[in-house]
Design a protein around this ligand. Structure first.
Ligand code: PMT
Length: 403
């Protein structure tokens, strides 16, 4: 969870049986590199000891507006934090937050906080479904707070239903998703990334060509995610309807495989990373007619002589230095792992991204993809179907492991 490294989190714990999960939550946050300060309401201290939380967070736990003769400055705390997370948030605390009631340190910090506020309800089913709780939650959401939804299951009362506070892993994930979106780590700062994307069109004559169904969406998603991580993109893009005009992405539009090869070779010499997402035509007509080819009377068949296109990825594989990373794609319909491994070795990739046209929602033109990463040491990593943007994140995470 790189996005949490260095983040300052205030965790407010209220009096619910789910308070025991706060210990695991603090541990995960600290492990992710976050700095955590814990506030507890008085009733929370009856469920879990402040000593446990001060030990895990490595900070004293604040339980009152004044601790002995020292005043806890709620305004300063509210300004210190990058996020305030109230977990578990009881129906009582939610009601106070929704109505601006300030009778403990947690509510005082909540009212002073200028950072994003998350609340993770933890309560019994009947309290959760009560119209007043739901109205309070709606009010809090309208104020711009963010809810980490409770989960369904067996509750402390024995009832089964919604109301269980989200598991600590899911709390961390919600924060990670949030920070990734607002301030993605600049892990690719200073890196130039070549991406090939889209189809190539190999002309038969001025009106016809050999092409394929690639839309360029996978390459565009990769380009956007590289920029989000601080890198510079040179996107060599075959004929595509996509409009790509974003600072940080230089688009080099080409039509044929030969043009893609020329552009990719030149860029790769200066690039740190290359990702070959294009669907390149393996063959092109030996001759492209200058004029439109006409049907001849009585002609039932026509033969177009094809010649092999150069393999762009393999060409870069031969140029590649030890400091460069080269990532390929494999679009398969049969024996996917065998074919992907063969391409990985043949083309000199560091790893290959396998996607199969047999998987629903994967491959050409979809906004989603389902990939398996195949590495040089034969290790494989499978992913579920997800948006191409999220797939791009998985690919970039794997690249960052190499660099
Ligand atoms: O553009 P979208 O609609 O979003 O679809 C995305 C995609 C399905 C095109 C993409 O996810 C994908 O799988 N791209 C690779 C498609 C392909 O042609 O795979 P391949 O198995 O034929 O080629 C293997 C690798 O060699 C690829 O990295 C390819 O870019 C590269 N190659 C292939 C032939 C060639 N002459 N030169 C190459 O560089």
């Amino acid at each position: 969870m790189k996005s949490l490294a260095g983040k300052k989190i205030i965790l407010g714990i209220t009096g619910s049986i789910a308070a025991y999960k706060a210990a695991f939550f603090v541990r995960l946050l600290v492990k992710s590199g976050a700095e955590v300060k814990v506030l507890m309401t008085e009733s929370a201290t009856t469920f879990i000891s402040p000593l446990t939380l001060s030990t895990l967070s490595k900070h004293p736990v604040i339980t009152g507006i004044a601790d002995g003769d020292e005043w806890s400055n709620h305004v300063e705390l509210g300004l210190w934090a990058d996020a305030l997370v109230i977990a578990p948030a009881t129906a009582n605390t939610l009601a106070k937050m929704a109505n601006g009631i300030c009778d403990n340190i947690l509510n005082a910090v909540y009212l002073s906080a200028r950072c994003p506020v998350f609340f993770a309800p933890g309560m019994d089913l009947d309290m959760w479904t009560h119209p007043s709780t739901q109205a309070n939650i709606q009010k809090l959401l309208d104020y711009g707070n963010r809810m980490i939804e409770p989960e369904s299951g067996e509750l402390a009362s024995g009832l089964i239903g919604k109301g269980r506070m989200a598991e600590p892993e899911n709390l961390v994930k919600a924060l990670d998703d949030f920070f990734r979106k607002v301030s993605p780590s600049q892990t690719l700062a200073g890196k130039t990334v070549l991406i090939t994307a889209g189809p190539t069109y190999e002309p038969i004559d001025p009106v016809r060509f050999i092409g394929n169904h690639s839309s360029g969406k996978m390459g565009k998603a990769l380009a956007e995610k590289v920029v989000e991580r601080g890198g510079q993109v040179k996107l060599v893009l075959g004929p595509s309807k996509l409009d790509i005009s974003q600072p940080g992405i230089e688009v080099i539009r080409i039509t044929t495989a030969l043009e893609m090869l020329a552009a990719a070779r030149e860029i790769f010499a200066q690039a740190d990373i290359a990702i070959m997402a294009a669907a390149v035509a393996d063959f092109r007509p030996k001759f492209a007619a200058k004029e439109k080819i006409k049907k001849k009377t009585g002609e039932e068949e026509m033969t177009i002589e094809l010649v092999k296109n150069p393999d762009i990825a393999a060409t870069l594989g031969k140029m590649k230095t030890k400091d460069q990373v080269l990532v390929g794609f494999a679009l398969e319909t049969e024996k996917p792992l065998v074919n992907a491994s063969r391409k990985l070795a043949k083309k000199g990739f560091d790893f290959i991204v396998l996607n199969s046209l047999k998987d629903e929602g994967a491959g050409f033109n979809h906004d989603t993809n389902r990939i398996t990463l195949v590495f040089k040491d034969n290790k494989i990593k499978e992913f579920q179907l997800k948006s191409k943007l999220d797939v791009a994140d998985d690919i970039l995470d794997a690249i960052e492991q190499i660099i």
